[in-house]
Each structure stands twice: as structure tokens, then as C-alpha cells.
Write a protein that binds this ligand. Structure first.
Ligand code: FA5
Length: 340
């Protein structure tokens, strides 16, 4: 009777072990059949009802079944553990080919890049940088540059006035005077910086950058000016780019010339960037007017010089083929991050 029950428990247990699929369920089966209050332990208690002779025989048979069951549980335990581990490894697998987290790298503003490149090129031939105030006196911005009050030339630069005698500087030319006042010639300086005019469209901004160049020495001529600017244009835009000087007028230079370079985009053929002329204006230039040299308290008989002033945005637009000046100030990182 007990042997039959033991066999029945064993068969049921074997069947359940066969169909269990997790180590957790397997543990529960172990407790159910072999635990302290498990079915086999309860059965052992029933051995007491048997005769003295039968008890060890039946006990032995039950122990054999228990041992077999224990082995089956151990085997199953190992099989389940290794398949669970394989599953976990598959699930948690590291894909070493995946790219890591990307870091957004900052980039230099195109105007800073252009400004630095211009300074580098001209530093190679002896020019060094000077700066001046953004709020400038009427004297330095206009009068000392031979632009007297009520002179029509003041209309060329629609001015932001701070008060009767101070303006947001309309160009970097005041630094010419400030430098000549302070330094002994010979002078070779560059003055890059922010300037302000009441002016706004796709090629004009109310706040833009210029770079001024000033050279003061003895017997300076237009040839020196042309040589310096041609060297600069070829270094900045490329050796194939030509420079053209167009007669012009600035009160602080005599003679004066607008500087054009052959269009780097169409190489002088004519395109939208150069309004189909093949040439693009980059700034003004000329020999420093003797009056300006005198205003700066130098002897104009002894010292002559040339000066030029280029628009930085204009140079950047030509170099990078940008057709709207407002892009420089819109803080659009898609645009700004293209310049490295
Ligand atoms: C001047 O400002 C003179 N001071 C330049 C100069 C210096 C002449 C030394 C002679 C000797 P002009 O107003 O043309 O010149 O401006 C020079 C350049 O600044 C222009 O060719 C253009 O490239 C740029 N520019 C002028 N106005 C604007 C503006 N509103 N926005 C962007 N760039 C401008």
C-alpha cells in the first residue's frame, strides 16, 4: 500500500519536474515533495504502521525513489540555470559597435574666424592690433578725421548719437587718430572691432565689424597701399583673386579708393554674389590726408601714410558664400556650427 503511494507520488513528481520551466517553480516542487512537510516526509511517517520486518524493506524502497527524485531535481536545476543564464546573456548583451553618447562640440563664430585670419595675415608683414572705445567723441569719430560738423560726409554714416558730443562709433577710423597721438612713427597697426550705424537690410547691419589698417612712415605712396592690400586679398581669398582700386572719396584720405576683389565664387565671370559684375567691394582705402596727420599732432611734411577699412561681415559673406548678413546674429547653431 505504502509502496504504491510512494510510486504514485514519484510518478507525479517526475511528470511535474519534466514540465517545470523556471528554477523558482522547481524549488517549489522540491519543497512540495522532499521538504520537511513534503509528501515523501509524510509518507515516511506512515512507515510506523508497518510490521518490524517490512519497515526497513519499504523504507529502503522509498529512499531509493527519494534519491532518484533528488537526482532528477538536481539535473533539472542545472539545465534550467544554464538556459536562464543564456537567456539573460542574450538579453543583456553589450553591442560594442553602437556609437557612444555624442558630445556637442562648440565652434568658433565665423566672424571671429575671419577677424583672426585677417589679423594673422597682416601680422606677418608687421602689423599689430590696437583697440579703442565703442562710445566715441565727436572729435575722434568725425572732426579729427576731417569731417567737420554739417559736412555732408556725415550723412554717409547714419549715426547713433549718445549726446551732443558722443556717438556709438560709426567706423574704426578713430583709432587712427588715437594711435598717432600716442605712438611715435613708424606705425603699422590694425584695429578690429564693432561699429554702429542706423542701417539695416540683407547686406547691412546696424552693428557690424570693421578692421582698420594704418601705416605711417616716410615717403609712403599708393604703390605701398596697393601692394599691401593685394597681398592681403590673395592670402585671404586665394592666389587667383585679383584686386581693383576704384577712385572714391573719404574726407580722411587723399587720394581715396574703394577696394574691390574679383568674385571668388564665379572667379570674375559674373554671378548673383557679385551682382553679375565679376567684382565685389570689400572696403575703403587711401593715403592719409595731411590734415588728419596734423590733427593727430604729427608733421605731415615728414610723415605720410596709408589707411584702409574693411567690413568683416562682407569678407565672411564672400568667403563662405553667405547671402544674408542677419544670419551672423541670429544665434542659429545649425548655421554657426558649420564653421570650424
Ligand atoms: C568706412 O567706414 C571708412 N572708415 C573706411 C576707410 C578706412 C576708408 C580708412 C579709408 C581709409 P565705408 O562706410 O565704406 O568706409 O565702410 C567700409 C566697409 O564696411 C564697407 O565696404 C562694407 O564692407 C562695410 N559696411 C559698411 N556699412 C555696413 C553695414 N551697415 N553692415 C555691414 N557692413 C557694412
Amino acid at each position: 500500500m505504502i509502496q504504491e503511494k510512494a510510486k504514485e507520488i514519484f510518478d507525479r513528481a517526475s511528470e511535474e519536474i519534466g514540465s517545470v520551466s523556471t528554477t523558482k517553480d522547481l524549488y517549489e516542487l522540491k519543497v512540495k515533495y522532499l521538504g520537511k512537510s513534503g509528501e515523501f516526509s509524510l509518507l515516511m511517517r506512515d512507515l510506523g504502521q508497518l510490521s518490524k520486518e517490512d519497515r526497513p524493506i519499504v523504507g529502503k524502497e522509498i529512499n531509493v525513489l527519494k534519491r532518484q527524485l533528488t537526482e532528477m531535481l538536481d539535473d533539472k536545476q542545472q539545465a534550467l540555470q544554464s538556459s536562464e543564464m543564456a537567456e539573460k546573456l542574450e538579453k543583456d548583451r553589450l553591442d560594442l559597435t553602437l556609437s557612444g553618447p555624442t558630445r556637442v562640440r562648440g565652434s568658433r563664430h565665423p566672424l571671429s574666424l575671419v577677424m583672426e585670419e585677417i589679423v594673422d595675415i597682416l601680422a606677418n608683414i608687421g602689423f599689430s592690433v590696437r583697440t579703442g572705445p565703442l562710445i566715441e567723441s565727436d572729435w575722434y569719430n568725425f572732426e579729427a578725421l576731417n569731417i567737420p560738423k554739417d559736412h555732408p560726409a556725415r550723412d554717409m554714416q547714419d549715426t547713433f548719437y549718445i549726446d551732443e558730443t558722443h556717438v556709438l562709433r560709426t567706423h574704426t577710423s578713430p583709432i587712427q587718430i588715437r594711435t598717432m597721438e600716442k605712438e611715435e612713427p613708424p606705425i603699422r597697426i590694425l584695429a578690429p572691432g564693432s561699429v554702429f550705424r542706423c542701417d539695416s537690410d540683407v547686406t547691412h547691419s546696424p552693428n557690424f565689424y570693421q578692421i582698420e589698417g594704418l601705416l605711417i612712415d616716410k615717403e609712403v605712396s599708393m604703390a605701398h597701399l596697393k601692394g599691401t592690400i593685394s597681398y592681403f586679398v590673395k592670402s585671404f581669398f586665394g592666389p587667383e583673386i585679383e584686386t581693383r582700386f576704384r577712385p572714391s572719396f573719404f574726407p580722411f584720405t587723399e587720394p581715396s579708393a574703394e577696394v574691390d576683389c574679383s568674385c571668388p565664387k564665379c572667379k570674375g565671370e559674373g554671378c548673383r554674389l557679385c551682382s553679375h559684375t565679376g567684382w565685389i567691394e570689400i572696403g575703403g582705402s587711401g593715403l592719409v590726408h595731411p590734415k588728419v596727420i596734423e590733427y593727430a599732432k604729427l608733421d605731415s611734411k615728414k610723415w605720410q601714410g596709408f589707411a584702409f577699412g574693411f567690413g568683416i561681415e562682407r569678407m565672411a559673406m564672400i568667403k563662405y558664400g553667405i547671402d544674408d548678413i542677419r544670419l551672423f546674429n541670429e544665434n542659429n547653431t545649425d548655421f554657426l556650427s558649420q564653421f570650424i
